[in-house]
Design a binder for this molecule. Structure first.
Ligand SMILES: Cc1ncc(COP(=O)(O)O)c(C=O)c1O
Length: 402
């Protein structure tokens, strides 16, 4: 008689706290699409879903690497050519005191490894609220409770510095800064970076500076790297090919660790242990890093031109629509309007998908100040699609809230 297992296999209890609203909503959108409706997707930050293409010289570099037999495992930190190119880019951004550079499977893996290396049970890490949900998902996975600081909508979504100060505890080990920000599109001022660096010095914190959108600043003002204003502070700067270089499916990201060697060295030994344990990032795709960082940057002009137009169209709609108001995004490709409605923003977005087939993500999926409601728009689609989507959202709001 064969033995049959009858009891269900339960996932670990800590996964209860893992939420990833962006992809979770996609399940509802799939259901609506299966009913035959065409979805207007303003929810997923993948430029390749729209009229953006990976630069050809990067594709050539990967192709060549594959033909050259770069198909085995690479060194765990990444191939030398890529590491040198990342160091060069860091130097151009004014980052000095670089102690280590490593290539990962997207910034996602760098975040996972860097947070896992830092935190013991009972420790905490300051993360922004609203937040790119990867951070809270990784923290839940390693059983670390959330300690969030607010971004201040009244101050163009800059970090609320007083709130950060209030939230530091004796067990706070670091702070995450997403700049340019997802989901708000805000860009940090130099003064804010300097203030946060000073706090890190005083409380012995590591700063995780997620700068994956640093070349997508729409109005051409400069992006200031956190590590450049604080060469003495332990900072891990995250960057990659997914956004600036339009290759999210290649899963190439990196970390640049800077600060005083004696302070950051023990931590970096831990990071490298985990890098070795997972063998390496995608090998042939690493050869696109030098091509991207040192090759032609022409695509950025075109990308920023499109993003500016689409941002402006989005802001015009927000300004003309009652119950909606929005701080203008300056970087990345997200807008995060506030909405004044008599129900939860989660209900708003689910009903919007079901009734008008437009997908946006609810503010509560990113975290927000109690009493406020928002939704996140990805304004990557072309003007025609955005106009159709905004018209449908406007109709939905008029019909539902009068
Ligand atoms: C702020 C931020 N960090 C990290 C990531 C993940 O990037 P990657 O594709 O390199 O894993 C994203 C993706 O949307 C993001 O918005």
């Amino acid at each position: 008689m064969p033995v049959t297992q009858l009891r269900g296999i339960a996932p670990a209890a800590r996964l209860e706290n893992v939420r990833y609203a962006i992809r979770d909503l996609a399940c509802i959108a799939d259901e609506v699409a299966r009913q035959g409706h065409k979805i207007l997707p303003l929810n997923i930050g993948d430029p390749l879903n729209f009229d953006f293409q990976t630069p050809a010289h990067m594709i050539d570099a990967v192709h060549q690497a594959m033909r050259d037999g770069k198909n085995g495992y690479s060194p765990s930190s990444g191939v030398k050519e890529a590491l040198d190119a990342i160091r060069g880019e860091a130097t151009r951004k004014g980052i000095t005191n670089i102690q280590d550079v490593f290539v990962t499977s997207g910034v996602s893996e760098a975040v996972d490894i860097c947070l896992t290396t830092l935190l013991n049970p009972g420790d905490n890490l300051l993360t922004p609220c609203p937040d790119y949900p990867l951070y809270s998902a990784v923290l839940a996975k390693i059983d670390i409770g959330l300690n969030t600081y607010y971004l201040n909508e009244q101050d163009a979504w800059q970090p609320d510095f007083d709130d950060i100060k209030k939230k530091i505890t004796p067990r706070t080990r670091g702070i995450v800064l997403i700049n340019p920000n997802n989901p708000t599109g805000s860009v940090c001022t130099r003064k804010m970076l300097e203030q946060i660096a000073e706090l890190a010095r005083r409380h012995n914190l590591v700063i995780f500076a997620d700068e994956i959108y640093d070349k997508l600043i729409m109005d051409d003002d400069a992006h200031v790297a956190m590590a450049a204003v604080a060469p003495d502070v332990p900072v891990v700067t995250f960057g990659g090919l997914s956004k600036n270089y339009l290759a999210p499916g290649w899963r190439i990201g990196w970390g640049i660790a800077s600060g005083e060697l004696s302070v950051i060295k023990p931590y970096l030994d831990g990071v490298n242990k985990l890098l070795r344990a997972r063998l390496c990032a995608n090998h042939p795709e690493q050869y696109a890093i030098k091509a991207a960082l040192e090759g032609p940057q022409d695509h950025l002009l075109e990308v920023k031109r499109k993003l500016r137009n689409r941002r402006d169209l989005t802001m015009k709609w927000c300004a003309e629509t009652s119950r909606v108001s929005c701080v203008a995004p300056r970087g990345a490709f997200y807008a995060y309007p506030s909405i004044d409605i008599p129900e939860g923003d989660d209900v708003f977005v689910t009903e919007l998908i079901r009734q008008k087939y437009v997908t946006v993500v609810h503010g509560s999926g990113f975290g927000q100040r109690p009493g406020t409601k928002h939704f996140r728009i990805v304004f990557l689609p072309d003007e025609k699609t955005l106009t159709a989507a905004y018209s449908a959202i406007g109709d939905f709001m008029r019909e539902r809230y009068r």
